[in-house]
Design a binder for this molecule. Structure first.
Ligand code: MF3
Ligand code: CO
Ligand code: CO
Length: 247
């Protein structure tokens, strides 16, 4: 798991460095394919339920599962990258949202709060806690900042397969008792958030999820191991630098 996760992280950071104005999202996907191959891995997404990309690239109002294509990145965009790599029979899954140069203050705050929510969720990923403790920490951070939490997509267990039990919602479902966390579990924790209303819809490509109100979205994801003590962030990294300076 550590090896697969560090491969996914390295590739994501290398692709993030290529997120510059004029770049087509499919060029980012092609670069990711080459980087995955160079590490002897395979994309965990390519072919998943017929998905045709190697990674997901979601721009601005695109929340997740952005299918790479002809769209060009522009100055002022937010670009979310999601990378899943299979290496040595295990999957690493990680995502980040990068600002292309200077973005609106409220959108930068959305990015900051979403990453903060991810770390609040991770802090709750301790043996003896329940999945809902993670969910609550994320929801309180995001909604407390005045932003929206997407309901239609959730985090998940991860291991030999990309999506394993348990599901990890980024919101608490009233009256529902969630599973207890145990040491040895690997979890993909991934808040998906919106600057405006939380409602989303699907584009005609059958994959790309967008906000209904067209406002920007953010997505940060780590694969985390539950231990007897502190959670271990398997996809740990330095904060993803933006390839385009803000001023
Ligand atoms: N975004 C999903 C995750 O992190 C995986 C994408 S599946 C794909 O779990 F097929 F859309 F790529
Ligand atoms: Co992912
Ligand atoms: Co995931």
């Amino acid at each position: 798991m550590r090896a697969a996760c560090q491969a996914a992280t390295g590739i994501m950071q290398q692709v993030a460095a290529m997120v510059v104005p004029g770049r087509r999202t499919k060029e980012l996907d092609e670069a990711a394919a080459a980087l995955i191959k160079a590490r002897g891995g395979k994309s965990a997404f390519l072919g998943y339920r017929g998905y045709k990309g190697n990674i997901c690239v979601s721009v601005n109002e695109e929340v997740v599962h952005g299918l790479p294509g002809e769209r060009r990145v522009q100055y002022g965009d937010v670009v979310s990258l999601d990378v899943g790599v299979v290496l040595g029979g295990f999957v690493g899954d990680t995502a980040t949202s990068v600002a292309v140069g200077m973005i609106k203050f409220e959108t930068q705050r959305l990015l900051d709060m979403t990453e903060k929510a991810l770390y609040a969720g991770i802090a709750a990923a301790r043996a003896g806690n329940r999945v809902e403790d993670i969910s609550r920490a994320i929801q309180q951070t995001v909604e407390g900042a005045g932003f929206g939490v997407v309901r239609e997509f959730v985090g998940h267990g991860v291991g030999r397969k990309l999506h394993e039990d348990p599901q990890i919602p980024n919101f608490v479902e009233r009256g529902k008792k969630s599973p207890v966390l145990r040491a040895g579990m690997a979890l993909a924790i991934e808040p998906m958030t919106t600057q405006g209303r939380p409602e989303v819809e699907l584009l005609r490509d059958g994959w790309t999820v967008v906000t209904k109100d067209g406002l920007p979205s953010a997505h940060f994801e780590h694969t985390v191991a539950v231990t007897e003590g502190e959670p271990e962030i398997l996809t740990c990294r330095k904060t993803t630098p933006s390839a385009v300076p803000a001023s």
